[in-house]
Design a protein around this ligand. Structure first.
Ligand code: FES
Ligand code: FES
Length: 162
């Protein structure tokens, strides 16, 4: 057993787990943050995407002990002051989800993508970067629309603030 200490959504948390525990299972079972989903456990579906030290990662792809000391954001940490994050709001507005199983991972991937590309994000890039996130319901079209819409809105807000 090992002790894992993380900063998760701005709070320091700590817990014991077996050395073989995947980060996604630590987040869901030890921390009770079940918005991060497990769709495959084999690094394919992207339902488990979170941010670690500001970058999107598949949380089934590393052990909890490997993440100890890092700064984690999960889907539960995106909304602020009772307001959805602009990417969450865009998924809602553009019907970017149906069953919702893939949605937390899609949103976390999209937030990272937008922060890396800013206003330069286009449809081809969005489709290429969503390659690691599988959706079995939507056909992706409205997901791509939602990501592009959030990108435009966030870029405009950033420019207005400068
Ligand atoms: S559960 Fe991590 S990629 Fe599918
Ligand atoms: S909305 Fe059902 S898997 Fe994507």
């Amino acid at each position: 057993m090992s002790r894992v200490t993380l900063t998760v959504n701005g709070r320091t948390v700590s817990g014991e787990c077996e050395d073989r525990t995947l980060l996604v299972h630590f987040i869901r079972e030890k921390l009770g943050l079940t918005g991060t989903h497990v769709g495959c456990d084999t690094n394919q579906c992207g339902a488990c995407v979170i941010h670690m030290d500001g970058k999107s990662i598949k949380s089934c792809s590393l052990l909890a002990v490997q993440a100890s000391g890092s700064n984690i954001t999960t889907i539960e940490g995106l909304a602020a002051n009772g307001e959805l994050h602009p990417v969450q709001a865009a998924f809602k507005e553009h019907h970017g989800l149906q069953c919702g199983f893939c949605t937390p991972g899609m949103v976390m991937t999209a937030v990272d993508m937008i922060s890396r590309h800013g206003g330069a994000l286009d449809e081809k890039t969005v489709r290429a970067e969503l390659d690691g996130n599988i959706c079995r319901c939507t056909g992706y079209h409205n997901i791509v629309k939602a990501v592009l819409s959030a990108n435009a809105e966030m870029h405009a807000a950033k420019q207005a603030a400068e």
